[in-house]
Design a protein around this ligand. Sequence first.
Ligand code: SF4
Length: 283
Amino acid sequence: MKISVSLLSTYLYCSRKLFLQKVLMLEEPPKESLVLGTIRHETYDNINKREENIVSSVTKKFSFGELRDLYRREYLKILRKSIANNKERLKDTSLNMLDAYRQSFPFIMEESQARAGNIFSFIEKHGVYGEELWHRLTPKILSELRVESDELRLKGIIDQVHVYEDGYVPFELKTGKMPQDGVWPSHRIQIAAYSLLLQEKFNKPVKNGFVCYLDTKVKRQIVINPFMKEEIKQIVDEVIALLEDKKLPDFCNNENKCRKCGLKQACYNEDEVNNLLKVKISS
Ligand code: SF4
């Protein structure tokens, strides 16, 4: 049995929530932040897929402003398409398509500025254009990279991987609040798990990874250490036991988590939960 890395995060957030979702098959109603998060993920994914074409199209010297405008035009097209793809999901929230566009616009501006700056500096330094520029450019960014391991009993899709000549760096893109320092424990475990999976896939050490908190535009580093493998294996064992045992975990006793949880109503409805549990146990 291989489980998804995202289950480790949910387990660390609240084991009861994982049980409600994966054993009792309860679904969270779509929240505005979740739909906006999906739009951003989809936009980033398509931005990365377009990157080779954009970079290769730079066949002569551009000013920084021209490069930034080139990126902006391409990225805004991609954003509009992602919003249109999520039109139906937006209907279940209080946001319309224009709201989604307005709220996503600032990150497109930031991203265009950053990528144009990166290309501009690379050209200034190396004086190369077009396809040669693309081939020599580092880091290259892979998005939505699938990874899995029989040994770790894990599988997943990494948001972004930056590929350098001497190694790989995983990135997770997160919407929502970030902690005052460092990253949330569930994000740390996700990056650790992805680092191990990347190491196995490419047979190269992964020394660190990053969580990008998109709302605040802050990037936080996680240094990978040799003890993380045992830690991940231990959590995988616990998650598999939880999924197989059919024993409902207790409440997490954390008001903040419960307040933000999309399953709160169902979770506190003991009759509904017990009925679902009886059906599961007898099946
Ligand atoms: S409401 Fe609280 S205890 Fe229930 S699943 Fe959500 S976070 Fe866990």
